[in-house]
Design a binder for this molecule. Structure first.
Ligand SMILES: Nc1ncnc2c1ncn2[C@@H]1O[C@H](COP(=O)(O)OP(=O)(O)O)[C@@H](O)[C@H]1O
Ligand SMILES: [Mg+2]
Length: 230
């Protein structure tokens, strides 16, 4: 469903850093792949490339066989909006919108009407245990609560692929497990998840594959096993 070939990203800021080096990686429907690695190994950069948030220095990403580089910026924005759910490490919630409005925003942008978008946003907040925080602004929520709003928002449009950057980094163990279990239930319905984290334990029981990232490279079974049904 999502595939990267020879994916590389170089930053030049005084010195030259290859944040991602020649990564081959494929993700099939119904997988939950965990990429674990230490801080600074390139996890966020890898997700940004896979989510068409950044352009690779070399290599290519394909979603359902279509190369990102052929889509142009407008096509890439559309693809992100329709098919990719992104959970950012730093949440990126909109401060002046209430929790439910943040979750409803991608729905509204996809053309869902107000009432229906509100109902779905409230349902999603309920599913991450935040039904009673729907009317709060991000600034009135704890870090963990904001993270769960960000998770709900990423799931709003029923994306094909969810790319999650340390999605439980700010959560206590119980909320972390709840998010992992929610991902697992959606995975069983066919959503593909790529979760990057520097503490993998929360997702380990639910992972269909675990990869290691070190110094920009990904190690382990980079292609789905035969048991995965596309
Ligand atoms: N915008 C940027 N400009 C320059 N260097 C960057 C930029 N983003 C990340 N890097 C560098 O790339 C490497 C990988 O960063 P990152 O992908 O954020 O790692 P991780 O998410 O695993 O902590 C680090 O050495 C980081 O300093
Ligand atoms: Mg990071």
């Amino acid at each position: 469903m999502l595939e990267a070939r020879g994916l590389s990203r170089r930053y030049v800021l005084g010195e030259e850093i290859w944040a991602v080096r020649e990564v081959d990686l494929a993700l099939a429907a119904g997988e939950l792949v965990v990429v674990a690695g230490p801080s600074g190994c390139g996890k966020t950069t890898l997700l940004s490339l896979l989510g068409a948030m950044e352009r690779p220095t070399a290599g290519e990403v394909y979603l359902q066989g279509r190369a990102y580089s052929r889509l142009g910026p407008w096509g890439q924005a559309l693809l992100r909006r329709r098919h990719i759910g992104f959970v950012f490490q730093r949440f990126h919630l909109i401060d002046h919108l209430k929790a439910w409005e943040n979750v409803a925003l991608p729905l509204r942008m996809a053309g869902v009407r107000g009432g229906a978008a509100r109902r779905r946003a409230l349902e999603l907040l309920e599913s991450v245990g935040l039904g009673r925080r729907a009317l709060h602004l991000p600034g009135e929520l704890s870090g963990g609560e904001q993270q769960r709003v960000a998770v709900a928002r990423a799931l709003a449009n029923r994306p094909l692929v969810v790319l999650a950057d340390e999605p439980t980094g700010n959560l206590d163990a119980a909320s972390g497990r709840a998010v992992a279990a929610l991902f697992d239930s959606l995975r069983r319905e066919g959503t593909a998840f790529l979760v990057v984290t520097h503490h993998r334990d929360t997702f380990l029981p639910y992972a269909t594959r675990v990869l290691e990232m070190r110094d920009g490279r990904v190690y382990g079974p980079t292609y789905p096993g035969p048991e995965v049904i596309e």
